[in-house]
Design a protein around this ligand. Structure first.
Ligand SMILES: [Zn+2]
Ligand SMILES: [Zn+2]
Ligand SMILES: [Zn+2]
Ligand SMILES: [Zn+2]
Ligand SMILES: [Zn+2]
Ligand SMILES: [Zn+2]
Ligand SMILES: [Zn+2]
Length: 1730
């Protein structure tokens, strides 16, 4: 390219190169004003090097910059030749114990789940592999770029902070020593000087804002007038938009625009075009029409040049400080030194503060420099952190306006300081960081409503974008809190509480936000905004939890926080303002005063973070026992329970009412809110805490009061306070809806009570550990169904470290079931855990609850237990909550239970429901369990206050005189309609009795036995009998149904007889052949030669799948065809670099032994009439045309290239194969072998015939006039009649199909336009037959479809010559024959090393009839077949001997007469030596595919099947196989028998010039056995693939990282997929790297692994593709497509084998077809761009 440079430029280049770095440095060393000197140097040279026109030559620039600009600096710094100086510095350096490797995009990073302090602590691959963590539970991710390895950071790891490598460096690091001691004074002084100047220069020029003038000290005297139009990339505009804009703006082609766009994106500096200023201004207007324009700037070329060099300098600094920690420290010092302008004037400050104005490339360069300097030096990291914190607010403000992602913003560095515990703590205490972050956050959410709460606008895309940025502040807050303090100083307490205050301020703005009012009458018109509020809540969830964790660590902090939180809550409520005047409620002689408030009529909000935070803190008081230790310090007396419960209760009532359908008119936004309220992502700090708050309230107040308030809030007070509600309603049927609503509300209320009493698994509420809590969650999830690991993880809440805590307990509660070849590994609940199942578990959704109920009942029935699901035994409450259980035995509760039971007993129409009853029964059960527990754990002489059993035995008071609850239960037990609840009632009664017995044994006062027991006992017996009888009835019924079913099945078969028959027939057609020779065992079978076993002709009947008509296969009948799919294939290829260059000129007659491109034919084996198929295909075509007009999407098949789906099995097909009879039975009626010629005679005869034919052909070509003369000279061999043309035995229909299939093979195989006249058509047919047989390889022969297809293919290929031109086929035969038996007429024949012998054999056998049909001398075709086989076999043996032992081909040392003579000699010696032993023959059979293929081929050809061809490799079996093919077991015998002819043949083969070249070692040849091709070996550990891919850079864009590195599983190439940079043109279309690769590597089909996604990709042609499950599984037997979970992945060999098999069997295209039929969205993907 250099030559293209203008001479002028070349001249400057020369002068530049004359400049000496050493001299310049020397001048600088003498200078008094070094700054001025250096600036002058730069001002002079920088524009010369970097202003070189529109097409920069980066390498040249780099070279010149190094020579002219950087060189002097290095000399100056070292004071000597830097080639000597730097190594010295490096040697003197004590390397850091920090790794600090900065991650590239896509590089794998590892985090230890056991030891990392937080998930942001990561290791690079090298460190990870050398660390103790590789044997721990770890998580693997791919880096998004930025960030560095934390190896060596003792604060980042609980254990093992060093890998082996960095461990060494850490020795003696206890004393933090100044790294400067390793440097000499001189170096320090010089480094200081030069760093100060150039760092200053770089910062100045990068932050320079003027467009056309330089800083004064850099201005040049002569200034050119070139300007650059700079286009700045951002995240708002898509690639396509940029490309389009560019095209418009600078009038370039799309190609150029794409080129520029990729540059802009990678972006070091954004050259576009040089244009003169005026013009560019014009264009600038052009591009800015969009709402937010792409940033375009016109700049003077010299500014651009200096900016480029500024960046270069920063990277240079980064690499220089790598030599020495001392230099690094000097640079840090320079960077953080305060400048002349005071505060914020250090270079680092200046860069940070202009961050949002810099372009992407500049930012990443200086960020990297910061990472390798400031962050690697512990002393300066601290100072830098302080600078960062001081600038925090400003930086965040800039970031909000920035048009780049956070990853390229300086704000992203926060993770580096905030997650380091000591730094974070220092920033909190010294810089008040918590408060700063929260305040900054509040500053960005300005919009408030009248009450000062947040108010969000419509959640548009722009809103979402801005909002996302604000959320990064929450992330920072999370980082700060993530590592908890181990000890508290007073300052820390003070600053934390200050931060807590700010946080409460924030939550206060959320308390009650987005209030809603029930819509009555009309449906709401516009869904209100709700997403923003929930997003905020969701993002804050972890922060809220962490705040509580912090509080829990220090008693003083906890008490203070509790007080603060309570104060804010009281402030929020400001008394009860919602209700007007108080009302008094009373039931059962209890009364309470409360406010008037109806959820269904007034405003209500789901957002109550303050209440919930208080609930959390309250639990902590209990858990940490602060509540008991320092009750005097707590404002417990100030707590007003009614106030605490009010808002959470409203929220829960809202949910109940929504569920009851009362809020239908409020639309989906409400439904969504309720969903998230309970969702695993939010519930921990929403729903769960509301329950806790109610529990807190109940434990502090009279339960009767609580229940009445609850009734009132549920708007059910009226119902329960008027005793005849049930009766009244049964009379008024009109209010059915209202009744229904009330029923649901009652159910919901009972459910809530169950939860309040039963949910005691949070540590602090109940006496449990965190383990118990997670265990219970898992038990309930697995009660629904067995689950995969990832499913389970998704259903459990994650903490801030993304841990669920599941691994520690899962073993205790579940069994793991391994996955099979498909599917995933599953966890199953251990049976013994089922007893802990609680039907009313509070995290079940309705659907989950009913599924779990069903599953658990089913399980119980399977174990022949009764199906009751009684409440489980619960752990005791903590003392602070202990009084809560009294709610169960409170008067109002008993009253509610009694009322509902009475309704059930009295069966008042609608007024009760079964679920109501079920809940009441559950509550009674809970009360009984509770009492039992109390009794069992009772301490002597302790008064038991829980006396539920006594209370329910007592009948109701006057005036109702209602029966006791117990009595009602006994009544209900016999109610016939309550069958399902009987087990539960019985369980209650039984437990009741147990408790009574317990009481009796413990208490002195005996309780009189009630009649209940007796009744219960008797009913139980009765029930048992009843049950038995029912089971019997059920069994009989089942049997009857089974009988009916099988009857129906028979009918079905009768009705669909054809279908069944057709399958049976197909089986029969093949098995008939097998059965035909039962008396002839394998031992005696002979297929070739004189002793050929005679098999009676089989008649073959088949049924058309389309018209169901049956037909016999004969030569005269209408054609029957098989759906078939032809494809080009490279599966067997031994040379993937070879492909057909020019298909029009390609001669496929001889297949090269590398099998580089073959044609494969496959079929599903379904038979149709040719005419039926034709009709079907026409209709498919017509339908497709109609469809294409209407809808513009593709199908999974391409009709235009003849593709269709098999009408029966939907297998992809593109042609049909005709079904034919065995070919030789038609043409070879003469089977008498009495007088047949030997091989030598036969060869002679054939040679004569060929000679005659060639002469005739020549005459015909020469001229028609002179023919008479020559004719006389020609002596025709005996019985040879070249004028005879045999009659074609096939029907027209069959002939047509022969042509159709032949042409299709030709068209697909060569990728040319169909031409049935082309002489290559028959060759392609034979080739496809040979290739397909070869491709089945060693696979056990006999699977049905393959079998059918191969047989048809073989017969077709044998019959094809009848529709081809006779002279053409004869010509092919002659040429093929000449390859083995030399003939002067042919020249350019391949030598025997370059011929695939099986292809040759097939070709010769199939072409032979064309010659034989004119021979009337009495030689049978079978004789020809046998001789051809023997001849080719011997040639192949010679071929093998030539190629397999080249070292022993060393000629006789004694008399090297001539090369070829000695070759023949040694060959003979070898022939004798090897082929004489049976071992060779055996190896020949079993390792060299040739005989196996021949065996398959011959057996199909003659329809003479072996029952188990490759069953046992025993000798006798082997002898049978030899016998079958008329081969001697001693192969040398073959040569000896035909010594006379073979001698001369072998000699002629050896004399071939190519063979000689080979023998001289001048060329290569394929050796045998060739071995089956396999997919590449994949590594065991997936991360090594990721690592490999991260080192891979796009081959086209100069060392840039590829976005979608994709591995070809066939050849192992890595490709840069799905990217504009690597698109190429293929057949006039732009295609991605993968598609392009399939054309060279897989002739159109390909198997890839997308490394970043961990996904297998199948591609076929340009339009077809699908994704396939990858062969990598995690320890839980799951794949991780998209690498989202990050569990370590390991190769699953079975799954990989399955993929390999798909490939070897040519089923990739078919697999894609099936996948696309199953999933239509796959069809729409632009596969060609991958
Ligand atoms: Zn590392
Ligand atoms: Zn390391
Ligand atoms: Zn570890
Ligand atoms: Zn048909
Ligand atoms: Zn089919
Ligand atoms: Zn490949
Ligand atoms: Zn690329």
């Amino acid at each position: 390219m250099a030559s293209e440079l203008e001479p002028e430029v070349q001249a400057t280049e020369r002068t530049l190169l004359e400049c000496s770095a050493e001299e310049t440095a020397a001048k600088w060393l003498q200078a008094t004003d070094l700054t001025k000197e250096v600036y002058q140097h730069l001002a002079h040279y920088v524009p010369k090097i970097y202003c070189r026109g529109p097409n920069p030559f980066p390498q040249k620039e780099d070279m010149l910059a190094q020579h002219v600009l950087l060189g002097p600096m290095e000399w100056y710094l070292c004071g000597e030749d830097p080639a000597l100086g730097f190594p010295k510095l490096e040697q003197a350096n004590k390397p850091s114990h920090l790794c600090g490797r900065v991650f590239k995009v896509g590089e794998p990073t590892y985090s230890c789940r056991d030891c990392a302090v937080d998930p942001t602590c990561v290791l690079c691959m090298e460190c990870f592999l050398g660390s103790i963590h590789k044997d721990h539970r770890y998580r693997m991710t791919t880096s998004g770029g930025g960030g560095f390895c934390d190896c060596g950071d003792t604060e980042a790891w609980k254990e093992g902070p060093f890998c082996q490598k960095h461990e060494l460096n850490s020795a003696g690091m206890e004393v933090e020593e100044d790294p400067l001691v390793h440097l000499s004074e001189d170096v320090i002084a010089r480094a200081y000087n030069i760093f100060a100047i150039i760092f200053q220069y770089a910062v100045e020029i990068l932050t320079w804002e003027k467009e056309s003038e330089l800083p004064a000290d850099l201005e040049m005297i002569e200034k050119s007038d070139t300007y650059y139009c700079m286009l700045f990339n951002d995240e708002v505009h898509t690639y396509e938009q940029v490309i389009y804009t560019l095209q418009k703006a600078v009038n370039c082609t799309q190609k150029e625009a794409i080129g520029f766009a990729t540059t802009v994106d990678r972006d070091v500096s954004n050259f576009i075009l040089i244009v003169i200023l005026g013009d560019c201004q014009e264009r600038k207007r052009n591009t800015s029409r969009q709402t937010k324009p792409l940033k375009v700037q016109v700049m003077h070329s010299s500014i651009v040049a200096h900016q480029n060099f500024g960046l270069k300098l920063l990277s240079w600094l980064g690499s220089i400080i790598g030599y020495s920690d001392g230099l690094r420290r000097i640079l840090c010092q320079v960077g953080l030194q305060e400048g002349p302008d005071g505060e914020n004037s250090s270079l680092v400050d200046r860069l940070m503060r202009t961050d949002s104005k810099l372009w992407k490339g500049a930012r990443s360069v200086y960020h990297q420099l910061f990472m390798s300097s400031l962050l690697m030096d512990l002393k300066y990291k601290k100072l830098f952190a302080v600078r960062f914190a001081k600038n925090y607010q400003q930086l965040q403000r800039d970031f909000m306006e920035d048009d780049h992602e956070r990853a390229v913003s300086v704000t992203a560095l926060s993770v580096q300081f905030f997650t380091a515990p000591t730094l974070a703590r220092m920033l909190i205490t010294e810089e008040n960081l918590m408060t700063t972050i929260i305040k900054t956050f509040m500053d960005h959410l300005k919009q408030r409503d009248a009450q000062g709460r947040f108010q969000f606008e419509r959640y548009t895309a722009l809103q979402a974008f801005k909002f996302r940025r604000v959320q990064s502040l929450i992330l920072d807050l999370k980082y700060v809190l993530i590592s908890k303090p181990t000890e508290w100083s007073d300052e820390l307490r003070q600053k934390f509480l200050e931060g807590f205050d700010a946080f409460l301020e924030l939550l206060k703005c959320m308390q009650g936000m987005d209030p809603i009012t029930r819509q009555v009458g009309q449906h709401i018109e516009m869904e209100p905004e709700w997403e923003a509020a929930f997003t905020l809540q969701m993002k804050l969830t972890h922060v809220i939890s962490m705040m509580q964790d912090w509080c829990a660590l220090d008693e003083k902090v906890l008490i203070e926080a509790y007080k603060k939180c309570l104060a804010v809550l009281t402030q929020c409520h400001g008394g009860f303002t919602d209700g007007e005047q108080p009302v008094t409620l009373s039931i059962c002689g209890h009364s309470v005063e409360t406010i008037r408030y109806c959820v269904s009529q007034e405003k209500v909000s789901i957002h109550l973070p303050i209440s919930r935070l208080l609930a959390g803190l309250h639990v902590l008081l209990s858990k940490s026992e602060v509540a008991y230790k320092f009750p005097e310090l707590l404002p417990l007396s100030e707590l007003s329970p009614p106030m605490l419960i009010e808002h959470p209760l409203r929220c829960l009532v809202l949910c109940a009412q929504v569920h009851a359908g009362m809020w239908r008119r409020n639309g989906f936004s409400l439904v969504n809110q309720i969903y998230y309220y309970h969702n695993v992502k939010c519930r921990r700090e929403m729903f769960d805490k509301d329950i806790v708050m109610l529990q807190t309230g109940v434990s502090m107040m009279d339960p009767n009061h609580f229940l009445m308030i609850m009734l009132s809030r549920f708007e059910l007070y009226q119902i329960f306070s008027s005793p005849d509600y049930g009766k009244r309603l049964s009379a008024e049927i009109t209010h059915k809806d209202v009744v229904q609503q009330n029923n649901t509300l009652i159910e919901e209320m009972l459910y809530l009570i169950i939860m309040l009493v039963g949910e005691r698994y949070s540590p602090g509420v109940g006496q449990v550990s965190a383990m118990d809590e997670i265990k219970r969650e898992i038990i309930h999830q697995l009660s629904i169904k067995p689950m995969a690991h990832s499913e389970l993880v998704k259903s459990l809440p994650e903490d801030e470290n993304k841990e669920t805590g599941m691994e520690s307990v899962i073993e205790a509660v579940a069994h793991f079931r391994k996955p099979g070849l498909t599917g995933r590994g599953m966890y199953e609940l251990k049976p013994e855990c089922a007893k802990e199942f609680n039907l009313y578990f509070y995290h079940f959704s309705r659907a989950e609850q009913s599924k779990a109920e069903e599953a658990q009942r089913k399980l119980k029935r399977q174990h022949r237990e009764d199906s009751a699901l009684p409440p489980p035994v619960l752990p005791p409450f903590c003392p602070l909550f202990a009084s809560l259980v009294n709610i169960l035995q409170s008067d109002v509760m008993l009253y509610i239970m009694g009322t509902i039971l009475r309704w059930a007993v009295e069966r008042h129409g609608y007024a009760w429901s079964e679920s109501m009853l079920q809940r009441v029964l559950h509550l009674i059960g809970m009360a009984l369990q509770e009492e039992k527990q109390h009794l069992e754990n009772a301490v002597e002489e302790h008064v038991l206050t829980f006396t539920f059993t006594q209370k329910i035995s007592k009948p109701g008071d006057a005036p109702n005189n209602s029966p006791s609850i117990l009595a009602m239960l006994e009544t209900l037990q016999n109610a016939p309609s309550l069958e399902v609840h009987k087990d539960m009632i019985r369980w209650i009664l039984k437990t009741f009795n147990t408790i009574k017995k317990l009481r009796e044994s413990s208490s002195t006062s005996p309780v009189v036995e009630t009649e209940g027991t007796i009744m219960e006992e008797s009913t139980r017996d009765k029930d048992k009998a009843e049950r038995k009888r029912k089971a019997e009835i059920a069994r009989l019924r089942r049997e009857k149904i089974m009988a009916q079913m099988s009857e129906m099945q028979r009918h079905f078969i009768d009705e669909n007889r054809e279908l069944f028959q057709q399958t049976l027939e197909l089986d029969a057609s093949a098995s008939a052949v097998l059965d035909s020779s039962p008396m002839v065992s394998d031992t005696a079978l002979t297929a070739l030669g004189p002793a050929q076993t005679q098999v009676p002709e089989q008649r073959q009947f088949v049924t058309c799948i389309l018209c169901q008509e049956e037909q016999e296969v004969t030569e005269e009948s209408r054609a029957m065809v098989l759906a078939a799919f032809i494809q080009r294939s490279t599966v067997l290829s031994k040379n993937r670099t070879k492909f057909i260059q020019d298909p029009e000129k390609y001669d496929p007659l001889f297949m090269h032994p590398d099998l580089s491109c073959g044609t494969h034919t496959g079929s599903c084996g379904h038979v149709m009439h040719a005419h039926c198929w034709q009709r079907y295909f026409d209709s498919v075509q017509a339908k497709e045309q109609r469809r294409q007009q209407r809808l513009r999407f593709h199908t999974s098949y391409d009709v235009e290239s003849g593709e269709f789906l098999c009408p029966l099995c939907e297998c992809l097909s593109n042609t049909v194969i005709p079904l034919l009879l065995p070919p030789r039975s038609i043409f070879n009626r003469r089977l008498i072998f009495s007088d047949q010629p030997s091989l030598a005679q036969w060869i002679r005869t054939i040679s004569q015939q060929i000679k005659a034919l060639l002469v005739l052909r020549k005459e015909e070509n020469a001229a028609t006039s002179k023919n008479s003369e020559n004719r006389n000279e020609l002596e025709l061999p005996e019985g040879f009649k070249p004028n005879f043309h045999p009659k074609n035995p096939y029907s027209d229909s069959i002939k047509e199909m022969l042509t159709t299939f032949g042409t299709a093979t030709y068209k697909v195989g060569l990728k040319v336009h169909p031409n049935e006249e082309d002489p290559r058509v028959p060759i392609m047919c034979w080739g496809s037959c040979a290739y397909t047989i070869q491709s089945i390889g060693k696979r056990i022969f006999g699977s049905r479809p393959c079998d059918d297809c191969l047989r048809s293919l073989t017969r077709f290929a044998a019959a094809h010559w009848t529709v081809a031109s006779l002279p053409v086929v004869q010509g092919h035969f002659c040429k093929l024959f000449a390859a083995l038996v030399p003939n002067d007429s042919y020249e350019d024949l391949p030598c025997i090393l370059d011929i695939d012998m099986f292809h040759l054999l097939v070709g010769l056998v199939l072409a032979l009839p064309a010659l034989q049909c004119q021979d009337f001398s009495g030689i049978s075709l079978s004789t020809g077949d046998l001789h051809i086989f023997h001849l080719v076999t011997m040639a192949h043996i010679v071929q093998i001997l030539f190629t397999s032992r080249p070292e022993e081909n060393g000629m006789d040392q004694g008399n090297p007469t001539s090369e070829e003579e000695s070759a023949v000699l040694s060959l003979y010696r070898m022939l004798q030596q090897y082929t004489g032993s049976p071992c060779f023959a055996h190896r020949f059979w079993h390792q060299v595919a040739f005989l196996q293929c021949t065996f398959v081929y011959i057996s199909l050809f003659y329809t003479l099947l072996f029952s188990s061809p490759f069953a046992v490799p025993g000798t006798s079996h082997f002898e049978h196989l030899c016998n079958y093919l008329s081969l001697p077991t001693n192969l040398f015998g073959l040569f000896q028998e035909n010594r006379e002819i073979m001698n001369s043949l072998i000699e002629s083969w050896c004399h071939d010039s190519e063979v000689k070249r080979y023998l001289r070692g001048e060329r290569d040849a394929i050796s045998y056995p060739r071995g089956a091709n396999k997919l590449i070996d994949l590594p065991e550990d997936y991360s090594s693939l990721i690592n490999q891919a991260s080192n891979f850079s796009c081959p086209k864009s100069g060392g840039d990282k590829s976005r979608a590195p994709t591995l070809c599983l066939v050849c192992g190439s890595l490709l840069c997929s799905q990217s504009y940079c690597c698109q190429t043109e293929l057949e006039g279309e732009d295609v991605g790297a993968c598609t392009a690769h399939t054309y060279s590597c897989g002739s159109g089909a390909g198997i890839f692994l997308r490394v970043r996604e961990c996904q297998v990709l199948f591609l076929a042609g340009k339009t077809k593709g699908c994704f396939y499950s990858p062969p990598y599984l995690d320890d839980y037997g799951e794949t991780d497509q998209g690498l989202r979970r990050g569990n370590p992945l390991h190769l699953c060999r079975e799954r990989f084998k399955k993929i390999q098999k798909l490939w070897q069997q040519h089923s990739v295209t078919e697999e894609i077809g099936h996948a696309q039929e199953a999933n239509q969205t796959l069809v729409g993907i632009d596969w060609q761009h991958l």
